[in-house]
Design a protein around this ligand. Sequence first.
Ligand SMILES: NC(=O)c1ccc[n+]([C@@H]2O[C@H](COP(=O)([O-])OP(=O)(O)OC[C@H]3O[C@@H](n4cnc5c(N)ncnc54)[C@H](O)[C@@H]3O)[C@@H](O)[C@H]2O)c1
Length: 315
Amino acid sequence: MKSLITGAAGQVGQDLASVLLQHGDVVVATDLHGKPSGISEAAGLSWSELDVCDSEATKRKIAEVSPDRVFHLAAILSARGEAEPKLTYEVNQSGLYHTLEACRVAKVGQLFLASTIAVYGPNLKTPVPENVELCPTTMYGVTKASGEMLGQYYRLRYGLDFRSIRLPGLISPVVPGGGSSDYALYMYLDSIKHGHYCCYCRPETRIPFMYMPDAVRAIVEFASAKSSLLSRSVYNIAAFSPTAREIAESVKTEIPGASITFDVDEQRQSILDSWPRELDDSAARADWGWKPEFDLDTMSSDLVAMLRTRVATSK
Ligand SMILES: NC(=O)c1ccc[n+]([C@@H]2O[C@H](COP(=O)([O-])OP(=O)(O)OC[C@H]3O[C@@H](n4cnc5c(N)ncnc54)[C@H](O)[C@@H]3O)[C@@H](O)[C@H]2O)c1
């Protein structure tokens, strides 16, 4: 398999590239500025620059690489999306359109879109299944919801094997790129670095989260699942849905003495309040065997060990 990733330098892309390489794929990783510093060279992995807002460059790159599948991760996330709605529309909406068009012209078999729980709107009865009305209240959610529809249109109209997962908030040692769920990682990271973190949401805020190794495994398993197993092209996946206070407690178990306080940023809080508290992922479990390995506490223990090493080596 030859896989091309857009937005590969981000939090998800760096881990996805490694997992695809472990699966034996040849991986062409693309992002605005090519390979980020600090990423090691690996056999089977190449990096190049690609701005998905540039339709001609996207067409050229995808035609030149001729991948079997494209993992489309390039995006502006929720918090930055509210600060820069025009850029978010251009990257998330037009960037996806250019990538779908490039796949159509180059006859790429499959495109995976990283979607999000932000496609849902507020006040839904939990756990939320896939087939509810989508009423997102952020530019990020709006562009991802319409992106899912655009992908499904390419599936119907041109036979592209379009697949997408509505990912929960993801936690990994990589510094996140401007999402509203970033507080979770910073509770761990700042507790290790400074012994303290002041969280921007209310302690009782509850949203679905997942540890990155589970998320990238889900993406690869889903992309590789036989089409005959799939009853839909867009799935929820879920792992755990802790409150911010429960995450803080888990952090303190791993990092004794850590102090976590709360000082609400109303704009970020309103984004978090518009998302579901829990997702129904029964379709993914039944159709392609999705099952998470990490819960909050097993994640905390693995993550803290990794962050301690990173912080120590960066000093
Ligand atoms: N991280 C999460 O918690 C989370 C949750 C749900 C869904 N997702 C989705 O997963 C995908 C990856 O998210 P992430 O956490 O790695 O985000 P990130 O912000 O860390 O990475 C996104 C990458 O996209 C790149 N990018 C931005 N504009 C671009 C452009 N015009 N052309 C090409 N690349 C561009 C950025 O340089 C960045 O490396 C996104 O589509 C996001 O919506 C992430």
